[in-house]
Design a protein around this ligand. Structure first.
Ligand code: AKG
Ligand code: FE2
Length: 517
């Protein structure tokens, strides 16, 4: 698919170049044919104009053969067959298909539109983006070159409608309608098409009257419109019913009928996640008091000369950046490996892993054994974390596309495999590029938003030193708002860390118990 990673969209430009080249060719050929046909028609015109006495003309046996020949050869072969034959068209279709296949390019589908559309809706929801500003190319406070047409907005409205996001559907369809008012815009969507979706969407958002009004507009334009006739009956019926309810005497609710006052519900983890992504939730000043940057060698002799620049983000649980943790050449190589090789990432464990909207990105596993050039990264991870990489997983490279995100989750496995490696004790997440807007790593319970910094790695423990799960480190990848996000993550396991991260004596579970789902 084309919506989970930005890297794949770039091949579509190659596909488009092929199409432009081939159709240029095709149109030249068609033009050539048209000129030839025009010339022939002029010749016939002139011939007939010269012919003052047709009977005398055909009385001449020489002329008879000329006329008949004209039909058999020129009309039949040069005009009719030429213009009605689809041979050229078929040839082009075949060569285009072949060339795209050679480049391994498949055409985007309706599913891709829906995927990209739902990504955009997620961005709207997460970052509270206004529909009309988006249509104008404005993303938060940044004006971009992009601009959506009436038909793009219509498409967004249709997507939102299909995804049952009726409020957004209404907004996008109204936007399409207002863009349609400008006749200078080339639009491929009619007012009728917009109304056909707008009326039901309004009804679904509770605007029955407005839905009925717009439905009447459809009927004005097309009195025999079947769906509109049916809906009209429904709307009238529904309005009558509601009026009846309003005027009917209210039943005495008595003592028992007293509605218990609705308690404001505790914000759920998704709401906290969105607020953290927007930067509305931050650590308190008290939480930040002891946070500082420092250079550290982590007791690695070589690092005394080239210490890590550590930036502590949270003391307990431990979350920290290590800046300049990857070389430019390594990041370039990682992206080179990634281009074209990424597969939709899966969530879950081995056999039950599946693609899911929980994580819409594309990724690839890079095994250290098979990629000797990763040896220095392997070593650096040990130096930074002080842990053994012996039980670590392969390095995972991932790229998020439009609206790409990873919903709130824990990295540890609910039931770790029963071998010596144990559970995912620590996560190291490298940022391979700077993200234009959005795409931070959010910890909704801390609350902390870690912004991607190219070349930095953010490290956190998923488990207490008593090896109990730390429920405070729920985290997520915020949707990418603009640009693309490349990351690389390493999950290190418990196995082999006995002497490196000694187990705590007292259970630390109490610290995080309140956050258990
Ligand atoms: O993309 C991110 O910022 C988070 C990634 C993540 O949580 C993971 O890979 O486990
Ligand atoms: Fe994670």
């Amino acid at each position: 698919d084309y919506y989970t990673a930005t890297s794949d969209l770039e091949v579509l430009f190659a596909a488009e170049n092929i199409l432009v080249e081939k159709f240029d060719d095709y149109l030249n050929k068609v033009e050539q044919k048209q000129t030839e046909i025009k010339e022939f028609l002029n010749y016939v015109d002139a011939l007939q104009a010269e012919m003052s006495d047709p009977e005398a003309y055909h009385g001449n046996p020489l002329n008879a053969i000329v006329t008949i020949r004209r039909f058999v050869y020129q009309w039949k072969h040069d005009v009719l067959e030429k213009i009605f034959s689809t041979q050229d068209y078929d040839d082009y279709k075949i060569t285009i298909a072949n060339e795209l296949q050679q480049l391994n390019i498949t055409m985007p589908t309706q599913d891709d539109i829906l995927g990209a559309g739902s990504g955009l809706l997620r961005l709207q929801e997460t970052y509270k983006l206004s529909t009309s500003e988006l249509a104008d190319g404005k993303i938060l406070d940044r004006q971009t070159e992009a601009e959506l047409s009436a038909s793009d907005c219509y498409e967004m409205g249709r997507n939102a409608h299909e995804l049952n996001q009726h409020q957004y559907a209404v907004e996008w369809l109204l936007q399409a309608r207002s863009l349609n008012q400008h006749p200078e815009n080339i639009t491929q969507v009619s007012d009728l098409q917009i109304l056909e979706l707008l009326a039901p969407a309004l009804n679904r958002t509770g605007n029955l009257k407005l839905a009925h009004m717009l439905n009447s507009e459809i009927l004005k334009q097309q009195p025999a419109h079947e769906a509109a006739i049916r809906d009209n009956i429904y709307y009238l019926h529904e309005m009558l019913r509601q009026r009846h309810i309003l005027t009917a005497p209210q039943e005495d609710q008595g003592e028992d009928g007293k509605r218990s006052e609705e308690k404001p519900s505790k914000p759920d983890k998704y709401e906290l996640y969105r607020r953290t992504c927007r930067g509305e939730l931050r650590p308190t000043a008290r939480q930040q008091r002891n946070l500082r940057c420092r250079y550290t060698d982590n007791n690695v002799p070589f690092r005394r000369l080239a210490p890590f620049k550590m930036e502590l983000l949270s003391e307990d649980p431990f979350v920290a950046y290590y800046h300049n943790a990857m070389h430019e050449s390594e990041m370039e190589q990682l992206q080179d490996v990634g281009f074209g090789n990424l597969k939709r990432t899966r969530v879950g464990q081995n056999s039950t892993a599946a693609t899911s909207s929980i994580r819409n990105s594309k990724g690839i596993w890079l095994w250290y054994e098979k990629n000797s050039w990763l040896a220095s990264i392997y070593q650096r991870l040990e130096d930074i974390t002080g842990l053994s990489m012996e039980s670590g997983e392969a390095l995972q490279l991932a790229n998020y596309g439009i609206g790409g995100q990873y919903e709130p989750h824990y990295d540890y496995m609910s039931s770790p495999t029963n071998d010596w490696k144990g559970n995912r004790i620590l996560t190291a997440l490298f940022y391979i590029n700077d993200v234009d807007m959005g795409g931070g790593t959010a910890f909704p319970y801390l609350p902390l938003l870690v912004n991607p910094v190219k070349g930095s790695v953010v490290v956190w423990y998923n488990m207490h030193s008593s090896t109990e799960k730390d429920f405070r480190v729920l985290h997520a990848g915020c949707p990418v708002l603009k640009g693309s996000k490349w990351i690389c993550n390493e999950w290190m396991h418990e196995g082999g860390q006995e002497f490196r991260r000694p187990c705590g004596l007292a259970p630390e579970r109490t610290k995080s118990a309140a956050y258990e789902a």
